[in-house]
Design a protein around this ligand. Structure first.
Ligand SMILES: [Zn+2]
Length: 274
């Protein structure tokens, strides 16, 4: 599932490709995915792209926005005659195929929404309807060390499960939670309120380091994530502990173990992570 670095990478590319374009038409091939009045968007210019946690907003010049959540397998792909990239095979069925559900026809290109599992959604909303205070603080934006420390201090949950709770912190999913905990030398099973202040600060910094590495590599494409230009991210080749079961720990050489915590694959060096 895309996490913060993946959705941020989508946002940055959409800024490059579609801001300034005018929406000429919207073809809705799957009613289930799309809600709201498409006529509020047609004929209007795209003035900006925003991201809140894993949701994207395409802001229009009439104070309406197109809100998009790609969920598990949603993909946004931009095509125009100037982009001649080979599209990743992770775009199953290609563009305009059976997994394409919405096509935004722009004056200078087309923006496709593909989604194999169809858990994602697109809504037309009044820009002011977005309740910004409903989003939990997120790293690289407004997650302060003070909030983070308080959150951990009050919780008896496993630290990894807490890090991934989107109602408490926005944007950290399984890949970056695993890598941040390894970087900080903290066992994923640790109870959140058992961590010493020094460890809490180390974890806070490690979260930022892991997410920044994800951004640097354009996100992780181990499953269906691709960028709007049809390319894959590279972070899956640079993970620190995630997906490395049976391989040596990069610090001490001990074999990385895998177990399930809160239903999610969890990777752990039993020597480095206490
Ligand atoms: Zn180790």
């Amino acid at each position: 599932m895309p996490e913060l670095p993946e959705v941020e990478t989508i946002k940055l590319q959409l800024e490059k490709y579609v801001v300034g374009a005018t929406i000429k038409d919207i073809e809705i091939l799957s009613e289930k995915i799309f809600s709201g009045d498409k006529d509020k968007a047609i004929g209007h210019k795209i003035v900006g792209i925003r991201r809140f946690a894993k949701q994207l907003l395409i802001d229009l010049d009439n104070n309406y926005s197109i809100m998009i959540h790609v969920k598990m397998t949603g993909q946004l792909l931009y095509q125009n005659p100037k982009i001649k990239n080979q599209i990743s095979p992770k775009v199953i069925g290609g563009l305009g195929g059976k997994h394409t559900h919405v096509i935004f026809r722009l004056n200078d290109g087309d923006l496709y929404y593909n989604d194999v599992r169809q858990f994602g959604w697109i809504r037309i909303i009044k820009s002011e309807e977005l309740k910004i205070n409903n989003f939990a603080p997120e790293p690289l934006k407004d997650l302060t060390l003070e909030y983070f420390t308080n959150l951990l201090f009050k919780s008896r949950r496993n630290i990894k499960v807490l890090l991934m709770d989107q109602s408490k912190i926005g944007g950290i999913g399984n890949i970056y939670a695993n890598d941040a905990l390894w970087l900080a030398g903290i066992s994923p099973r640790s109870t959140a309120n058992s961590l010493q202040p020094k460890k809490v600060k180390k974890l806070y910094n490690s979260i930022h380091t892991a997410l920044k590495a994800g951004l640097k590599y354009g996100g992780s494409s181990e499953s269906s994530y691709v960028t709007p230009d049809g390319q894959e991210g590279e972070y899956q080749n640079h993970t620190l502990v995630y997906g490395r079961q049976g391989k040596p720990c990069q610090t001490c050489g001990t074999k990385i173990e895998k177990f399930f915590l809160g239903g999610r694959g969890t990777y752990w060096c039993k020597i480095c992570q206490k």
